[in-house]
Design a protein around this ligand. Structure first.
Ligand SMILES: [Zn+2]
Length: 421
């Protein structure tokens, strides 16, 4: 039987280490160390084992389900245990081509409860989605939870994390909030590439994006939320109601998660990405704080060159604002920069990307009189992403493909000529 067995949890001060065994054909999906850890900026040693087991189960459960394996632990919180079947069912609905089987077995199911002391905690990266959610729930004074899950077996120095930390600690200070900081290796303890090799095609999405990251990120916050008696953990949505997407973090999954007396809410699903930009710029227009959006993935600062940076820059421009005031050190000639960006990148735009860029374009048309970059208006409003994508892809294929064909023809020609000689 394929199984993942939690052998030992070592809790020491701020840190929890999990050591486990893997049996059967699923061993290839795990790094050899069979070790997962979390380190918090607060003592976790008094938290019940049945609660501390949640992050472990959450990180391996989806893998157990798609590989029909067993997860075995000594103790598990009852609320979390009971919500697992709903989560499994929700993933099954999202990925109808993969069978979700397998089982989570706990020798002892423990009832934990508390009277909430904090209304809200929020997973907070400092990016656009998280900032919009913060603004929407700011009256609840959420605890801000920020994580870095890309360590390897041990905690390594990370410039990215140092910058993230500096940013969120500063943000909390400016807004009179508290930080919960979590370091982990949840992003690296599995062989995601091997899982993708076997499942990407069937799922139509990668392991990390499609199944793992939502539960990993949310569950890492649960021990702290338990300790501080938090009523609800908020996670900002990346997608919105009007656009169904496959994603590990989805309202049909996140809103099912329960732990002790706490729950989870997937926030912002009712508004699209451009609406979120508006929430953020309106908020900063009405107060004197310096806005600093952090959107670039695993980067010290916004590079202004990647798709996510450029898309957010366009979103801010569409609201009639200067991206320089929102944490983007953009080049002098923004219109030229966007032209170059699209020339290189539009061919890689997925339908989801086209949809998002069109939201900004639509807003720019409505808001035309307030746009600060007039030269951008001259061409961007007529830019057809679908047509340009097709053209660019064709050009790309011809320029890449033609030399190959030419080479093949000349090799064959040479061969014929040599044979005839
Ligand atoms: Zn970037």
């Amino acid at each position: 039987m394929k199984s993942i067995i939690l052998d030992e949890i070592i809790v020491k001060g701020n840190r929890v280490d999990y050591f486990f065994r893997v049996n059967g054909k699923i061993q290839k999906y795990f790094k050899h160390s069979h070790h997962l850890f979390f380190e918090y900026n607060d003592d976790v040693s008094e938290i019940p084992i049945s609660i501390l087991t949640i992050p472990f189960v959450a990180n391996v459960a989806p893998l157990a389900w798609i590989t029909d394996s067993l997860v075995s632990v000594a103790e598990l919180d009852e609320s979390f245990h009971d919500c697992l079947s709903n989560i499994k069912e929700a993933y099954q609905n999202m990925y109808p081509d993969v069978l979700f089987k397998g089982e989570i077995l706990a020798s002892s199911i423990v009832n934990n409860s508390y009277t909430p002391q904090y209304e809200a905690a929020q997973l907070f990266s400092g990016g656009l989605d998280a900032l919009a959610t913060y603004i929407r729930i700011k009256d609840k004074q959420p605890l801000l939870i920020t994580e870095y899950g890309w360590h390897h077996n041990e905690i390594n120095k990370s410039e990215v994390w140092n910058q993230d930390k500096k940013h969120v600690v500063g943000f909390a200070k400016d807004h009179g909030l508290e930080n919960i900081l979590v370091l982990s290796n949840y992003g690296t303890f599995l062989n995601a590439q091997v899982i993708d090799r076997d499942f990407l095609k069937k799922m139509g999405d990668s392991w990390w994006h499609g199944l793992h990251h939502g539960l990993a990120i949310i569950s890492a916050a649960i021990p702290s939320a338990f300790k501080l008696n938090v009523k609800c953990i908020y996670i900002a949505s990346s997608y919105f109601e009007g656009y169904k997407a496959k994603c590990a973090s989805d309202p049909t999954i996140d809103n099912e998660i329960r732990f002790a007396s706490g729950r989870v809410f997937h926030d912002g699903y009712d508004i699209n990405r451009q609406d979120k930009v508006k929430v953020v710029v309106d908020y900063y227009s009405n107060n004197n704080q310096q806005a600093n959006l952090r959107v670039c993935f695993l980067n010290k600062e916004n590079c202004c060159n990647c798709e996510k940076c450029v898309r957010t820059i366009i979103g801010v421009v569409a609201e009639g604002k200067d991206p320089r005031n929102y944490g983007f050190n953009i080049p002098q000639d923004l219109s030229f920069h966007i032209v170059n960006f699209l020339e290189e990148n539009v061919k890689f735009f997925t339908p989801a990307r086209v949809m998002q860029w069109n939201l900004s374009k639509k807003r720019m048309i409505e808001n035309r009189d307030n746009i600060l970059y007039k030269d951008l208006l001259e061409w961007f409003l007529d830019y057809d992403f679908v047509v340009e994508r097709r053209k660019s892809l064709l050009k790309y294929r011809i320029t890449k493909f033609f030399p190959i064909v030419k080479r093949k023809i000349s090799t064959r020609l040479n061969r014929i000529l040599t044979q005839n000689n």
